[in-house]
Write a protein that binds this ligand. Structure first.
Ligand code: ZN
Ligand code: ZN
Ligand code: ZN
Length: 370
């Protein structure tokens, strides 16, 4: 869990960012923003749980009476000093929040994942308050990881590396993707994650579909298999790593474009440094893949940020002029997908450092033949 001081400074930093963005209050319902700001991993229920953080007033946490013990326990474990306001089943928590807000509030930032029903209930309870996205404020904080957060991502990466290192036990001809995925799910938890967040086992022609999950297809000799897996650790931080495996001798063309992909991914990792625009990092891999004749088969962005969410800022994508900064953590995961035939992806999480990148995933990137 977090030190109280660290979480309190997050509330202070959020306030400073709110001031700059012209947001008078943040309303944060259960999710990773709430966990980031308070350490409380609250249940997402139809009943309102909400952190109310005014820019110039004391914050408080509104909770249904039955969630009070869970909220108290979570905050006692290193959370910030926060008044807890419990309400009864027959109370209107939206009216309660509206009554307690300072009269000067004009703009409220609602967390980006708040349920529409809650957004509309807040709108009805505070008709004159303009609603905006809290993400405008909070992404500024979350996009750069603290040393403690980088440590948490290192532990998550090492846990998922343990799972990839055991792949030979599960990935065999004659087994279905689904059976392999079930074993991988168990291993993700056994390696220290609380939950497996996603398990992609894409064999043969399925490997050409980047977000194929797992099907009843039986794995055949000569298949290539894209395995993209990740989980959430007890502290909330996520892992995400892809390796491509060959079941025996892969098709000749596959072997040649896999080497193109491996060089492109390595060049992108090597290029990471502060100041580099995200679009340029994307282009470094894309240009190499295009030069080898596979440009039209690299159909997605290079990567996404990772932290308490598997996908968060910064996105490594064409058109983004965001400049990398030390502490930014993101995936580098170019892929080549030949529709109906096969495909490959290589994915590592990296952290931008003061003079380059730290690669958090350490398993072999050369084609593993099982
Ligand atoms: Zn993805
Ligand atoms: Zn990813
Ligand atoms: Zn992935």
């Amino acid at each position: 869990m977090w030190e109280t001081a660290a979480v309190e400074s997050r509330l202070d930093r959020a306030r400073a960012a709110m001031g700059a963005a012209g947001v008078d209050v943040l309303l944060v319902s259960p999710g990773t923003d709430l966990r980031y700001l308070t350490g409380y991993d609250a249940l997402p229920l139809e009943r309102l749980t909400c952190l109310v953080l005014p820019v110039a007033d004391e914050p408080f946490l509104v909770v249904p009476r039955l969630e009070l013990p869970a909220a108290q326990a979570a905050l006692a474990e290193g959370g910030p000093e926060l008044e807890l306001v419990a309400y009864e089943e027959t109370d209107d928590p939206y009216a309660l929040v509206a009554r307690r807000l300072p009269p000067t509030v004009r703009v409220a930032g609602l967390d980006d994942h708040m349920w529409a029903a809650k957004v509309l209930a807040f709108r009805a309870a505070m008709a004159t308050v303009e609603q905006t996205l809290a993400g405008r404020v909070l992404r500024e904080l979350r996009v750069r990881k603290s040393p403690e957060e980088v440590d948490a991502l290192r532990r998550a990466a090492s846990a998922i590396d343990d799972v990839h290192a055991q792949m030979h036990q599960w990935l065999r001809p004659g087994r279905t993707e689904r059976a392999v995925a079930a074993d991988i799910r168990d291993a993700i938890v056994a390696a220290g994650h609380t939950t497996a967040e996603f398990v992609i086992v894409a064999s043969g022609p399925n490997a050409a579909s980047p977000h194929h999950e797992a099907s009843d297809r039986v794995i055949q000799p000569g298949d290539v298999v894209v395995v993209d897996i990740g989980g959430r650790m007890p502290d909330g931080y996520c892992s995400d790593s892809t390796r491509t495996y060959a079941i025996g001798e892969p098709p000749a063309e596959f072997a040649s474009y896999y080497e193109v992909l491996r060089s492109a991914q390595a060049a992108q990792v090597a290029a990471v440094r502060p100041g580099l625009p995200a679009a340029q990092l994307d282009a470094i891999g894309r240009d190499m893949i295009a030069a080898a004749g596979y440009g039209e088969y690299f159909v997605h962005r290079t990567g996404h940020g990772i932290g308490l969410d598997v996908h968060e800022e910064p996105y490594i994508v064409a058109g983004s002029d965001l400049a990398l900064e030390p502490g930014m953590a993101f995936s580098i995961e170019p892929g080549i997908y030949l529709p109906g035939r096969h495909g490959a992806r290589i994915e590592d999480i990296v952290v931008c450092t003061v003079d380059g990148a730290e690669r958090l995933n350490r398993t072999d990137r050369s084609l593993v033949v099982l």
